[in-house]
Design a protein around this ligand. Structure first.
Ligand code: F6R
Length: 606
């Protein structure tokens, strides 16, 4: 959600900012801007993509200090004026901001009464005017920013420059990520390491409430009470190449195709052949504690939540602990009862989703034990949790989640195996699951080889105005995720229902214009699912069945057959054809696959 980049050093800032913004564009992409300081502030900002901005930044934009932004609109429509940076009236201060200033209207009224003239509709512009007022009396830009932020209610990651202090950038964080990048006599900051990896791997994450001052020769960080804080430098192992499309037409296809590798990476070093257990060193729980939980509650948003539903089933089946998943965005608002004998698990690819982070913070406040299943090392959610499992899936750039989804489900299988084997999962079942997990990467390759068939089917069904996705029990989260993928990238309306619920209402929708994608694994519910297909076909509905065998053409118009694994692990494999289906439907409909309308990667606002 919006991207920030900042640079101070001996090089020209503008090309570095533009390059960084391009890397962050997946986070927000309706407008973009940069400002560079060189005997005054020079700014360009435009509605549109970073490429549109690059086309209007002149070569004479020299200067080794600058900040840039790519926007996902919250206050005010996408436009040149509403794009960041925002300047103070005297053009001394420039600010870029991610997040939401909740008391912006009130501050704006006060500033206007004091003579400030606002140009944009954004909440951010209050920050440039506020800082312009505090900077006059402050000894430093950092002090001016700190004083101004005391009046602000809301969430922010900001970067600020002052034309009268051309050697420093000040950044601050509250609820919206800021990462510092340490270079050779140069410093960077960004809202995401993606913007930094081309220049440095040495990063420092700011905590909420912290402010940092960056100069070419280093940085200092301060708590909100101005006390200097000590920071740990992390080395990130994501490479610049991870952020390229690698010869694929879209990041999404690249990330779908990476899944044999990403799943193997999630598993690497974690399966034990001797005792048929999972080694999950990061859980920070001894065996006694592991045995003490009577319930597991999983939280996450969107696709992360659906992978959590797969996780809940795995935990119930393998560890026989009652488990369920709930959207973190709902959980945090309903004053949940937090129990000492419940294990809470938060899921997040980015590790920055605000709703999930806020839910974790609420749990911690109430004494809950929270594990994180997270992709981004060192992210806010990872830092907030008591322990957890990293996915090691590499950066996910396309807005729609795919490889993080499957890796999360695999991480849950490992967690379920771990919890099960210290309870009553037998060694034989442990071995069965370990062997099944090992087979996944090759089986995913087999599914990827079905791409030509799935492309053709996607072309055939993509013209439907609406599609139904159904599955029973293990198949239901798969159906939900399939519908989610289709609607978010192709904009085809898709509904997901438990197959068992169809006749309790939604069957009324079924007809020739509403085809159904049915998830029909070879499990104990096969016959029930086939009966549902008969009911759909009897109402003139077309059926695309995704399962482990073909079926009578009377029951399904088309079948995609995927390899069978252990029943508990089948949902992981059944999800993959649906990713390819959504991808090819979106391509057939000429959608902007990697940057679907209205969406952004990492939802760091409420
Ligand atoms: C859907 C999608 C979103 C995310 C959700 C949570 O394809 O990507 O639904 O899954 O916004 O994001 P993370 O996992 O970063 O917390």
């Amino acid at each position: 959600m919006c991207g920030i980049v900042a640079y101070v050093g001996p090089k020209d800032a503008a090309p570095i900012l533009l390059e960084g913004l391009q890397r962050l564009e997946y986070r927000g992409y309706d407008s973009a801007g940069v400002v560079v300081s060189n005997k005054g502030l020079r700014m360009r900002k435009v509605k549109g993509r970073v490429a549109d901005l690059a086309a209007v930044v002149p070569a004479r934009f020299k200067g080794g200090l600058g900040i840039g932004h790519t926007r996902w609109a919250t206050h005010g429509a996408p436009s040149d004026i509403n794009a960041h940076p925002h300047l103070s009236g005297d053009e001394r201060i420039a600010v870029v901001h991610n997040g939401i200033i909740e008391n912006a209207d009130e501050l704006r009224a006060k500033l206007e009464a004091d003579g400030a003239i606002f140009l944009s509709e954004t909440d951010t512009e209050v920050l440039s005017h506020l800082i312009a007022r505090t900077v006059k009396e402050a000894d430093s830009l950092e002090e001016a920013v700190r004083t101004a932020l005391k009046r602000v209610v809301g969430t922010y990651g900001i970067a600020v420059i002052d034309s009268e202090r051309p050697g420093e950038v000040v950044v601050a964080r509250n609820g919206s990520p800021i990462v510092l990048g340490i270079g050779e006599k140069e410093m960077f900051a960004a809202s995401d390491v993606a913007a930094l990896v081309r220049y440095t791997r040495q990063v420092v994450h700011l905590e909420d409430g912290e402010i940092a001052v960056l100069r070419a020769d280093g940085f200092n960080t301060f708590a909100s009470d101005a006390r200097e804080t000590a920071k740990e430098t992390l080395t990130v192992d994501w490479e610049a190449g991870h952020y390229d499309t690698g010869g694929y037409e879209h990041y999404l296809l690249k990330e779908i195709s990476e899944q044999p590798d990403t799943v193997a990476r999630t598993l690497r070093g974690r399966l034990d052949d001797r005792f048929h257990i999972a080694h999950l060193g990061g859980l920070n729980m001894d065996a006694r504690e592991t045995r003490s939980f009577r319930r597991v509650k999983i939280i996450g948003c969107g696709s992360a939540y659906y992978s959590g539903q797969i996780g809940a089933q795995l935990i119930e089946e393998l560890a026989r602990i009652p488990a369920d998943a709930e959207p973190a965005s709902e959980f945090r608002y309903r004053s949940p009862v937090v129990e000492a004998d419940t294990l809470y698990v938060a899921i997040s690819q980015s590790g920055e989703t605000y709703d999930t982070l806020a839910a974790v913070q609420e749990l911690k406040r109430k004494g809950g034990r929270v594990l994180g299943i997270v992709n981004t090392v060192g992210s806010a959610i990872a830092r907030e949790c008591d322990g957890g499992v990293y996915l090691h899936a590499g950066p996910e750039v396309s807005v729609a989640s795919t490889k993080a989804f499957t890796s999360t489900a695999v991480a849950f299988a490992l967690l379920a195996l771990h919890l099960g084997r210290v309870r009553d999962l037998s060694p034989a079942d442990g071995r069965r699951i370990c062997d099944g997990l090992r087979r996944l990467p090759d089986q995913i390759k087999e599914i990827l080889a079905l791409e030509p068939q799935i492309r053709e089917l996607a072309g055939k069904y993509a013209e439907s105005p609406s599609m139904m996705f159904v599955g029973r029990v293990r198949g239901y989260p798969v159906a939900r995720e399939g519908a989610q993928k289709l609607k978010e990238i192709s904009y085809v309306h898709a509904e997901a229902y438990p197959a068992s619920e169809l006749k309790h209402g939604p069957l009324a929708l079924i007809g020739p214009d509403m085809p159904t994608v049915a998830i029909v694994p070879d499990d104990e519910l096969l016959d029930k699912n086939l009966t549902t297909l008969g009911e759909i076909r009897a109402r003139g509905g077309r059926v695309l069945m995704v399962g482990h065998r073909t079926t009578d053409p009377k029951l399904a118009d088309d079948c995609v057959v995927v390899p069978k694994n252990e029943t508990e692990l089948d949902p992981i494999l059944l999800s993959i054809p649906l990713q390819l289906f959504a991808y090819h439907a979106a391509v057939a409909l000429e959608r902007d696959v990697d940057k679907p309308r209205n969406l952004a990667k990492s939802v760091t606002v409420e």
